[in-house]
Design a protein around this ligand. Structure first.
Ligand SMILES: NC(=O)c1ccc[n+]([C@@H]2O[C@H](COP(=O)([O-])OP(=O)(O)OC[C@H]3O[C@@H](n4cnc5c(N)ncnc54)[C@H](O)[C@@H]3O)[C@@H](O)[C@H]2O)c1
Length: 388
């Protein structure tokens, strides 16, 4: 159970790049980081517009002198201070992540980066090498992985409750972009522009989320081959897709699918993962995140509720308010940020990080790799490709 008591000598001095007023994801980063007193918001370059960013930072009680016009100035000035920032979160559009991440690592900062980490494997490998050289962590905000039901699923699988894993069905298929909303919505506009969004839209923006859930719950299973087909139902989005199907074969003989879509009209979020084993299956849906379906062949379906004593202790460790009360995405993100803090603390004190997993650099790399392979397959005409 998390009580919000301190777990380190002092809160980490933390900054944000992006996540300014009106941004989609900025507020949840702050809510998650600040909730357990592990982080203290000390500085920021919150907005592409420096004046708006400064005014916004002041409204968050950040010292006006530490509300910077851009991230380069922030890293330069903060490294001169004795009480300079130690860790930075990057919540800007995709095309900026690589440069900001690299500059932050070079300035000796730990990084928490939005997905995708970058656009290609060359950049990803470079960031990994740099992080290793500098002994800095890179956390990736695959926020849904912080839900207790996901840890419960991970434990059920690890303990053999499902038997041999055969099938993994995943989807993240919402309907919010069924029409060309990018004409008036800035947050969607950059998502369909390859210069800013990268080589894909929904594969990277949506599909990588359930894919990471599968990596958390099935850490041993590796993709061997995949086939992807992608479409642009709103024609002007081409070459970027607004719908895609990916079919995968794993090295243990299991198979999987990912449906990534923003044109699933009428669907709110539609993120689901179903893992089928030889004895039982589990299913989780992010719109009902407190429940995990556990279906044993030949027995009545069980709905496992978050926060209940019958869960594995590892799943209860992240509980904040016991069973019954609803927890949601904000709590899942807080769980992740609290793990990021532990990882930073361990790296700084050069202690091993024991019994804590978090989406780190390898999660960022795997997301980039998966998108690259999907695009390669789709652009060859939806053919099977060996996973590289
Ligand atoms: N993990 C998740 O669940 C999740 C959910 C939504 C978005 N995202 C990711 O978060 C990132 C941001 O997405 P969003 O929807 O919040 O975007 P957005 O367009 O709503 O907001 C982007 C923010 O970044 C600022 N910004 C842009 N360039 C900047 C720069 N160079 N320096 C400082 N600030 C800058 C903008 O002013 C704005 O405040 C994207 O990479 C997206 O993929 C992740």
């Amino acid at each position: 159970m998390i009580n919000g008591e301190k777990s380190m000598d002092a809160p980490l001095r933390w900054a944000m790049v992006g996540g300014g007023r009106g941004s989609q994801i900025g507020y949840i980063h702050r809510s998650a980081a600040l909730r357990d007193h592990n982080f203290q918001l000390a500085a920021g370059a919150f907005d592409i517009n420096p004046e708006r960013g400064k005014e916004f930072g002041i409204n968050l009680y950040v010292d006006p002198d530490r509300c910077y016009p851009d991230y380069q100035t922030m890293f330069e000035e903060e490294t001169k201070r004795e009480d300079g920032i130690q860790v930075v979160s990057i919540a800007t559009p995709n095309g900026t992540h690589y440069e900001i991440c690299k500059t932050a690592l070079q300035a000796g900062l730990h990084v928490i980066c939005e997905k995708p980490l970058c656009f290609n494997m060359e950049q990803a490998n470079e960031l990994e090498k740099l992080a290793q050289e500098k002994n800095r962590i890179i956390g990736i905000t695959y926020g849904y992985s912080g839900h207790q039901a996901i840890e419960q699923g991970r434990q059920l699988i690890a303990n053999g409750d499902l038997g041999d894993i055969r099938i993994v069905n995943m989807q993240f298929a919402h309907g919010f972009h069924s029409q060309a909303v990018e004409k008036y919505n800035q947050s969607t506009k950059w998502r369909v522009d390859p210069k800013v969004a990268g080589p894909s839209y929904v594969l990277g923006d949506l599909g990588t989320h359930p894919l990471y859930l599968s990596e958390v719950m099935l850490p041993e299973m590796k993709i061997r081959k995949l086939l992807c087909t992608r479409q642009s139902f709103v024609k002007k989005r081409a070459p970027l897709e607004d719908n895609a199907y990916t079919l995968m074969e794993y090295d243990n003989g299991a198979v999987g699918t990912v449906w990534s879509s923003c044109v699933n009209a009428g669907s709110m979020h539609g993120q689901k993962i179903r893992i089928v084993g030889s004895k039982a299956s589990i299913e989780w849906w992010d719109e009902q995140p407190n429940q995990l379906r556990y279906e044993i062949q030949g027995k009545p379906v069980q709905i496992l509720e978050r926060g209940m004593d019958y869960l594995y202790p590892e799943a209860l460790r992240d509980d904040r308010i016991s069973g019954g009360h609803a927890e949601g995405l904000f709590e899942a993100w807080s769980n992740l940020y609290s793990r990021f803090a532990k990882a930073v603390d361990a790296a700084d004190s050069e202690e091993p990080l024991e019994n804590v997993w978090y989406p780190g650099i390898e999660a960022g790399i795997e997301g980039v790799r998966w998108v690259e392979n999907c695009v390669r397959s789709a652009d060859k005409g939806a053919v099977w490709v060996d996973y590289q």
